[in-house]
Design a protein around this ligand. Structure first.
Ligand SMILES: Nc1ncnc2c1ncn2[C@@H]1O[C@H](COP(=O)(O)OP(=O)(O)OP(=O)(O)O)[C@@H](O)[C@H]1O
Ligand SMILES: [Mg+2]
Length: 380
């Protein structure tokens, strides 16, 4: 199946992959491409490069999606037949919105938001960013204003971090802190017996001491406990979302041996969670032409004849061409390994290594063409 078909068939596309492989670029390019083709598209992105954020209209950090002015497409010679909105995922905003949604009163909401333990947990706990990406997906999954959503994901070292995030986070807020608090109050045990999660939280909080600290923990635990049913149900709903038929997963990878190994591991882990990826995007693939024949070599020598060390120069040019070819061969080997180990029954799409970073709408549209072919038909 072609990637264009995968994109057409799903309401939500999630781009997963290890650090720096091109998840944000791929997500944005798919979103731009879908918007050009007529879909009302939302791109949920994480920490995009500043220039890319600007070109997506995300110059100000906000938890609200921002619609990209159709005029911006025109400036880049593009005709947008649908619409494109983008939102930069920000953990703190998303976490705050979650608390606001589940708080039973304004006073309770403010108490939690102002609580220093909460402020630490909501910004620093491992897995929070992953959880927030999932949480946001849940929030917009059924939003009638959009018919297509692309979710970028944070760099994770393995798929487990990402998929376990809802459970992990709930677990971290739940038992260890609670247990610790109860134990302190009862005066029975010391910090040495704490679970790992609580110890982590406590290390980050070491600047608070004594009664002040206990006050914060006490208030936090009481309030969060009241909200907790809401959090737990929510985490389950977020998790269920991942398995719905209209959500498709793409693994983004580079063709280098290390990235390929990670992508293979990733796809296996997804499988363990009962999720089949729909496609693999192999980004930054190097391509090289054939070795120069005798005529090309002669032409090169003629061109360089005025230079002093013609033979040396020709040799260097040839060496560069040979290096480019071996890089291209290595990349093709990477693609072969992916097909072999991730499975052949899904879409594989190669995007060439471009000579420049991908930081504006025209560049995204170009990557979009590599991903999904040239625009053929356009919805009215
Ligand atoms: N095909 C390409 N050719 C040239 N440059 C590219 C290509 N794809 C991505 N880039 C550039 O590589 C850099 C990293 O890409 P990107 O931010 O999309 O990766 P990421 O996987 O989202 O990274 P992170 O894991 O840090 O979130 C960016 O500067 C981007 O413009
Ligand atoms: Mg990124």
């Amino acid at each position: 199946m072609e990637l264009a078909e995968v994109v057409d068939r799903h309401r939500v596309i999630v781009c997963l992959g290890s650090g720096g492989v091109g998840k944000t670029t791929t997500s944005a390019a798919i979103a731009v491409r879908a918007a050009l083709a007529g879909r009302r598209t939302l791109c949920l992105t994480i920490d995009p490069a500043k220039r890319l954020a600007n070109s997506l209209g995300l110059s100000e950090l906000s938890d609200e999606e921002q619609r990209i002015d159709p005029a911006v497409f025109c400036e880049h010679g593009l005709e947008c037949n649908g619409s494109l909105s983008a939102m930069m995922l920000d953990m703190k905003h998303t976490f705050d919105a979650l608390v606001t949604r589940h708080a039973t009163s304004e006073a309770q909401r403010n108490r939690i938001l102002d609580n220093r333990i909460y402020q630490y947990v909501s910004t620093s706990l491992a897995g929070t960013q992953e959880y927030m990406a999932m949480e946001k997906l849940h929030a917009v999954h059924k939003d009638p204003r959009f018919d297509f959503i692309v979710l970028d994901t944070p760099p994770t070292t393995n798929a487990l971090d990402f998929l376990d995030a809802p459970q992990k986070l709930v677990g971290a807020i739940d038992s260890p802190v609670m247990r610790w608090f109860v134990e302190q109050l009862e005066g029975k045990r010391g910090i040495g017996l704490l679970g790992k999660g609580a110890a982590y939280v406590l290390r980050g909080l070491s600047r608070f001491t004594g009664a002040e600290f206990l006050d914060h923990v006490g208030q936090f635990v009481t309030d969060v406990n009241e909200l907790f049913g809401g959090f737990r149900d929510r985490a389950q709903a977020v998790y269920d979302d991942l398995r719905s038929d209209d959500v498709g997963f793409l693994i983004v990878t580079s063709p280098s041996p290390l990235s390929v190994a990670e992508a293979v591991y990733f796809s296996k882990k997804l499988g363990d969670y009962g999720i089949d990826p729909q496609g693999v995007v192999v980004n930054r693939v190097h391509r090289a032409g054939p070795a120069p024949d005798a005529d090309t070599r002669a032409a090169l020598e003629a061109r360089l004849s005025e230079a002093q060390d013609t033979a040396g120069l020709v040799q260097r040019v040839e060496q560069a061409a040979a290096d480019a070819r071996s890089l291209a061969e290595r990349d093709q080997e990477g693609v072969r390994r992916l097909r072999k180990h991730v499975g052949a029954d899904m879409s594989y799409t190669e995007v060439p290594a471009l000579s420049q970073d991908v930081h504006d709408l025209s560049a995204l549209a170009r990557v979009g063409e590599h991903l999904m072919g040239a625009m053929t038909e356009v919805s009215p």
